[in-house]
Write a protein that binds this ligand. Structure first.
Ligand code: ATP
Ligand code: MG
Length: 154
């Protein structure tokens, strides 16, 4: 299942991030692909805010991973950008299908570590503040259901 829509501002992308939380559960894995500045962290902020995480969410580029434990469920935010050529042993398996939601920026750099079942979000800057956002569940029934619910609700 695939679904593409557009946002016209960072606030709209954040609002989408918050909305998607209604359909997520612990153990879910979301990958976010898009160029530098596409809006991956902006979307992550919406997810964090709906999980009642008060800490400011920033790109964890230099730490690779940041964990937020003080929301309704844990949020594990991973940015694999710096793992392109490096050691990829970040213990990812602990967070996948774990007790929280796992969000991964630059998943292409750790492709071999990722579960096949995941919700892929691709963001393209189509000019100024416009972004094309595609949700893709690949062959996963679980994530196809989430996309279906989102489509109906958006
Ligand atoms: N429609 C939009 N959706 C998301 N962000 C937008 C939009 N319009 C403008 N922006 C701006 O684009 C920038 C997106 O930055 P963000 O840090 O979210 O990107 P990123 O994909 O995480 O980049 P990086 O790979 O460097 O971590 C922000 O400055 C945001 O305000
Ligand atoms: Mg980012």
């Amino acid at each position: 299942m695939k679904y593409t829509f557009f946002t016209k501002s960072a606030a709209e992308t954040t609002a989408f991030g918050s909305h998607i939380v209604n359909f997520l559960q612990a153990g879910d894995v979301i990958t976010m692909t898009g160029d530098l500045g596409a809006g991956k962290t902006t979307l992550a902020r919406g997810i964090a805010s709906a999980l009642k995480i008060e800490e400011k969410v920033i790109s964890p580029t230099f730490n690779i991973m940041k964990c937020y434990f003080f929301g309704t469920i844990p949020l594990y935010h991973i940015d694999a950008y710096r793992l392109e050529d490096g050691n990829k042993d970040i213990g990812l398996e602990e967070y996948i299908e774990g007790d929280g939601i796992c969000l991964i920026e630059w998943p292409q750099y750790i492709e071999e570590l990722l579960p096949k079942e995941r919700l892929e979000i691709r963001i393209i800057n189509v000019g100024n503040d416009d972004r094309e956002i595609t949700l893709d569940s690949a062959d996963s029934e679980h994530y196809a259901k989430i996309i279906q619910q989102l489509k109906e609700g958006l």
